[in-house]
Design a protein around this ligand. Sequence first.
Ligand code: UDX
Length: 464
Amino acid sequence: MANSQFKPHAILFPLPYQGHINPFVNLAIKLASKGFTITFVHFESVHQRLSKSQNSNTNNEIDFFSEARKSGLDIRYTTINDGFPLEFDRYINYVEFWKSLLQDFPARVDDFIGEIMQSEQSMVTFLIADTFFSWPPTIAKKYNIVNVSFFTQPALVYSIGHYPLKESVVEEINYIPGVKSISTKDLMHFLKEGEIKTMQHEVCSMAFQEVKKADFVLINTVQELESETLDDLNKKQPIYAIGPISSFLTKITVSKSLWYESECTKWLESKPLNSVLYVSFGSVSQTNKQVIQEIAHGLVLSEVNFIWVVRENIVKSDGINILPDGFKDEIGDKGLIIPWCDQPLVLSNPAVGGFLTHCGWNSTIESILCSTPMICYPIEFDQPTNKKLVVDDWKIGINLHDGDLIHRDEVAKNIRILMTGTDSLGFKQEIEKLKNVMHKAIEKDGSSERNFDHFVEDLKDKIY
Ligand code: UDX
């Protein structure tokens, strides 16, 4: 750390979703390894799911950071009640849940942080909350703590989020500073025409409004990968690209999977190098039965080996038998279908040679860190924009389809292109370069490490 006398204490507050929990846990470890004291806050519902995924009782005494503490890190752990019963499904009922996060939750956070401030021996100096919360500016001001926002997605998404779209929707948008040009089909879905009034739009526009009041913004990206966008953002607000923040780079194990992880290593070890396609659409996005069936048929037609994470809630309301009849018998040992896995462990297995992904930002980073080229099937949120980075800007993958409708032949064709086509070598070469850029960024004199040190210096100036 920049100054050994300086021991700031941060409250870390992630959103209760896997794609946000993972970078927050990894950030907590990074900060604590550099001498910070951390109070990490999970929602009680997350605590319960984590406990279940570990096959342990859901008793509130489990401390998921105890191993980290044994390694000498000063990470305290606590939980907050969001006002809903534990069994309330915060995924399916997200409209109700998000409405409450906007309206009722801030008062709960206020009481909760007030209690922490009174009870902690070492003074809390700052808050690091997810950018998609809108309460941090008010709470930070009330308790006189520094407000740090952590944006877990790329700078491109952060930049676009700040610009209200012009009413007359054009094909290409070229008026966003720091963003050369982007097609409307690559925008975050809640910004697109016709979806303007959704709850997600309300939450996101509020978040992008409120984050302007943050003292500092940390972004899980790398300067060299998004330099133009970051340079522009830095003119307006202190922004620090400190990525990649990923489990791959975190040596201390902290349980963070919300579902039980199936074992895949043995199966993978029986497969040749680069022969397996890993298929997963992350933790929240849903599709429909028809898409799942076309993917299933496409996988068979492609004749590649595959591991497919078919999550329990991957489709909205089409029942439990979503795979084609007899599919499991048909694939035999060529495919493994599981409800959830340790994704970094699977991706880093030498047998895995491609990733059919929804382009969640964590999955994208993990794929790059494993040099695994991607087939993109973006569904919602930032995923279409992340796909643009992967396919158009970085050329480390191909696009399967924009939107729901896909056909099995298209699936099979794209899988073959990625796994064995003449372009596959090019994707591998490009992704290897990006992997090196990411690794260099977090070396001692790398851009992310330097940015992190600047953040600590600036934080110190703000506090004293
Ligand atoms: C959400 C949004 O959907 C995504 O668009 C945004 O970028 C982040 O927040 P999610 O859909 O879950 O995230 O995707 P992603 O960002 O890829 O995060 C999923 C995480 O779950 C990854 O870290 C991945 O390693 C992990 N995972 C996924 C597993 O550990 N096991 C699995 O079986 C699948």
